[in-house]
Write a protein that binds this ligand. Structure first.
Ligand code: TYC
Length: 112
């Protein structure tokens, strides 16, 4: 240590105080949305299984389980996504169902 240094190694900052704050985390988790299929009396079970495979990437076993859950309980979760991805899935399901003239309904709600 230099005996002639009056700051003794500390920053020389007369009349000011230095405050060091940790930076706020820069990334917030986006809100997530459940995409749901709704039951109806007319859409064939096989078509719903096909939708779950094509649009939600499920294998046949999982797609069949979800389809039966929708069929018996009235609605079921196809997946959880960010808003834009969820919205796109809903639009894809609705377009595909209409192309095939089925009344299948798909909707989205914020996940808790
Ligand atoms: N309830 C339909 C039937 O008995 C099958 C079905 C399942 C329809 C799931 C829609 O989201 C659905 N053919």
């Amino acid at each position: 240590m230099n005996p002639d240094d009056p700051t003794d190694g500390r920053p020389h900052d007369p009349g000011h105080s230095l405050v060091v704050e940790e930076a706020a985390p820069r990334l917030k988790r986006p809100p997530l949305y459940q995409v749901l299929l709704l039951n109806d009396d007319f859409t064939p079970m096989e078509f719903v299984v096909d939708v779950l495979e094509r649009i939600f990437g499920m294998d046949r076993v999982k797609a069949t389980r979800v389809m039966l859950e929708v069929h018996t309980r009235g609605r079921g979760v196809c997946g959880v996504f960010t808003f834009e991805i969820g919205e796109t899935k809903v639009a894809q399901v609705m377009a595909y169902a209409r192309q095939h003239q089925h009344p299948l309904l798909c909707t989205m709600e914020e996940a808790d």
